[in-house]
Design a protein around this ligand. Structure first.
Ligand code: HPA
Length: 263
C-alpha cells in the first residue's frame, strides 16, 4: 500500500467510502454536512496538490451523509496552474486504492444557452476536450488507450436525474467543453464552441474524468452555471463573478447530491 493510502486508511479509522465527490467552486460548504467528519489537509497527503486558486479549499473531508459514508475532495488543482493535466492523478489513485468506486465531479461553468442562465445546474452528458492536453500523456502502459464512449455512467446519471426531480431542482443536461484557461474565452471561441456542440465551457473536470475512467471508477459530473459565456451578456467575465455566483447554483446542486447520496 502506498504511503498516502495508508495515511488515509489510518485517519479514516474504519470509514470505507465507496463514493467520492470533488467539490468545485461554490460547493465547499457541503463538507460541513458530513457527520463525524474527519478533515485532512492536502499538505499531509503526499502527491495531493496545493491548490492556489482563491475560492478553493485544499482538504479531504470524510464522514457520513445520513448513513452513507462519503469522501469529499474539497478543492482541486487545474491544468492551468502548472501546465500539467495530471495534477489530480495522485488524489484519484489514492481514492481508488482506498476502495472508492464512484466519483462525482462538480464545477463552475459558463453557459452557452440563454435557457440555462446563472444559477442553473447542468448534468454533464459528454465532453469535448479542447485543451490539446491529456492527463495520460506519458503514461507508458497500454491502459492509456481509455475508451470514453460511456465516460459518464448511465446508472449514476439516471440516479442524479431522479434525485433532482425529488429535490424539485431543474437539472439541465449538456456537453461540457474543456478550455485550458486561465484566461476566459473570447466571444469568437464561444461561437465556435456552440457550432462544435458545447452547452457549457470550463477549465476543469475533463482531465479528472479521463483519469477516473483510466482507474476504472464510475463517473458522473455536474456544472453550476455562474455566467453566460463570453460575448453573450455584454459584460466582462471575471473570477470574482464566478465566486460570487457559484453559491446560487451550488445550493441547488447540493440539494440534488444530498437527495442522491445521503441514505
Ligand atoms: N469559462 C470558463 N470557465 C468558467 C466560466 C467561463 O465562462 N465560468 C466559470 N468557469
Amino acid at each position: 500500500m502506498n504511503k498516502t493510502i495508508s495515511v488515509l486508511v489510518d485517519r479514516l479509522n474504519g470509514l470505507m467510502p465507496k463514493t467520492a465527490i470533488v467539490l468545485g467552486s461554490g460547493l465547499g460548504a457541503l463538507g460541513d454536512e458530513l457527520r463525524d467528519a474527519v478533515r485532512i489537509p492536502y499538505e499531509q497527503l503526499e502527491g495531493f496538490p496545493h491548490s492556489g486558486v482563491s475560492g478553493h479549499a485544499a482538504e479531504v473531508v470524510a464522514g457520513y451523509w445520513g448513513d452513507t459514508p462519503i469522501l469529499m475532495l474539497s478543492g482541486r488543482a487545474h491544468y492551468y496552474e502548472k501546465a500539467d493535466a495530471s495534477v489530480m492523478r495522485a488524489p484519484l489513485e489514492a481514492l481508488h486504492g482506498l476502495g472508492v468506486k464512484r466519483l462525482l465531479l462538480t464545477n463552475a461553468a459558463g453557459s452557452l444557452r440563454e435557457d440555462m442562465p446563472p444559477g442553473s445546474v447542468m448534468q454533464i452528458t459528454d465532453h469535448i476536450n479542447f485543451s490539446g492536453s491529456n492527463p495520460l500523456f506519458g503514461e507508458p502502459s497500454d491502459r492509456r488507450f481509455v475508451g470514453l464512449t460511456n465516460a459518464y455512467d448511465a446508472t449514476m446519471r439516471q440516479q442524479m436525474s431522479s434525485a433532482a426531480e425529488r429535490a424539485g431542482v431543474a437539472l439541465h443536461q449538456g456537453v461540457y467543453m474543456w478550455f485550458s484557461g486561465p484566461s476566459f474565452e473570447t466571444p469568437a471561441e464561444i461561437r465556435m464552441a456552440r457550432v462544435l456542440g458545447a452547452d457549457a465551457v470550463g477549465m476543469s473536470t475533463v482531465p479528472e474524468v479521463i483519469l477516473a475512467r483510466f482507474l476504472g471508477l464510475e463517473v458522473a459530473a455536474a456544472s453550476v452555471v455562474t455566467n453566460l459565456a463570453a460575448g453573450m451578456s455584454g459584460t466582462e467575465i471575471s473570477h470574482s463573478e464566478t465566486k460570487e455566483m457559484a453559491p446560487l447554483g451550488g445550493k441547488r446542486l447540493a440539494a440534488v447530491l444530498r437527495e442522491m447520496l445521503a441514505g
